[in-house]
Design a protein around this ligand. Structure first.
Ligand SMILES: CSC[C@H]1O[C@H](OP(=O)(O)O)[C@H](O)[C@@H]1O
Ligand code: HPA
Length: 263
């Protein structure tokens, strides 16, 4: 299995594995990522904000990132998402394998199939994440003694600004559990290409207004402490065998080829 970790906030670099930088050219732009060495040749690491955290969430080239992994033959992807907590049962420090998203992003390139030369496609998104990878993350997490919630709804805002208290109240009413700025379109793009993709969210703050009258504060220490455990969890998950079946490879329901190919 060729696998990748997409690292978010707190995961701009990975320690403990020998990695060499690699520039991948895609039709959407170039991507700088890292390939493992020696026994990790089939492992890739892609820091979505860049290694120096210089790419803000609304400027990330999500299509190039996912396409680059696909071109490299990657089939399984685990992503980290730093989030703010909306639900009371997921306080800062919590880990959750998200199973749904609510998309509040704007003006992001969110499909590989825009019509014209690309043709267009409709992709099933009822259950947007790989059920087999999600299940395995939770099982291995439990065996490691990590407390991981097996489901949660991720609200994706456009950023880079944080939310108003009223927006968070609205997201809560709509069923959002955690909020971040990068999970969409990353997950749906991966699904369009048939990749097995799961995301682990870790909360670094209470979302705006949840602690009434208080301004947001970030739990920076928390990420550093969790980083080693999350890396171990991800590597064990990606190296494990016998994943249960899932529908990721058949989620792209219909494909309408470009006009010139239809004749
Ligand atoms: C105040 S940190 C906000 C930043 O962290 C999250 O990044 P990622 O999802 O890549 O872990 C969030 O989406 C924002 O980009
Ligand atoms: O409160 C938040 N809002 C949006 N994105 C975030 N990423 C971490 N915390 C937050």
């Amino acid at each position: 299995m060729r696998a990748a970790i997409i690292g978010g906030t707190g995961f701009d670099t990975l320690e403990g594995i020998h990695l060499r930088p690699e520039k991948v050219h895609t039709p959407y732009g170039d991507v700088l990522l890292f390939q493992g060495e020696e026994e990790w040749e089939d492992f890739f690491f892609l820091p979505r904000h860049g290694t120096t955290h210089s790419i803000p969430p609304h400027r990330i080239n999500y299509r190039a990132n996912i396409k680059a992994l696909h071109q490299l033959g990657v089939t399984h992807v685990l992503a980290t998402l730093a989030v703010g907590s909306i639900s009371a049962h997921l306080p800062p420090g919590s880990l959750v394998v998200v199973d749904q998203f609510l998309d509040f992003t704007q003006n992001r390139e969110s499909t590989f199939f825009n019509g014209g030369k690309e043709g267009f496609a409709h992709t099933l998104m009822s259950y947007p994440y790989c059920s087999a990878l999600r299940q395995r993350l939770v099982e291995i997490g439990a065996a490691m003694g990590l407390k991981i919630s097996p489901r949660g709804t991720y609200v994706c805002t456009n950023g880079p600004r944080l939310e108003t208290a009223a927006e968070i109240r609205m997201f809560s009413i709509l069923g959002g559990d955690v909020v971040g700025m990068t999970g969409v379109p990353e997950a749906p793009l991966a699904r369009e290409l048939g990749l097995h993709y799961a995301a682990l969210a870790y909360s670094i703050n209470w979302a705006a207004g949840i602690e009434s009258g208080k301004e947001i504060t970030f739990l920076e220490e928390g990420v550093a402490t969790l980083k080693k455990s999350i890396l171990t969890l991800f590597l064990q998950t990606l190296k494990s065998s016998g994943l249960s079946s899932c529908d990721c490879e058949s989620a792209r329901l219909t494909f309408h080829p470009p006009e010139e190919e239809r004749a």
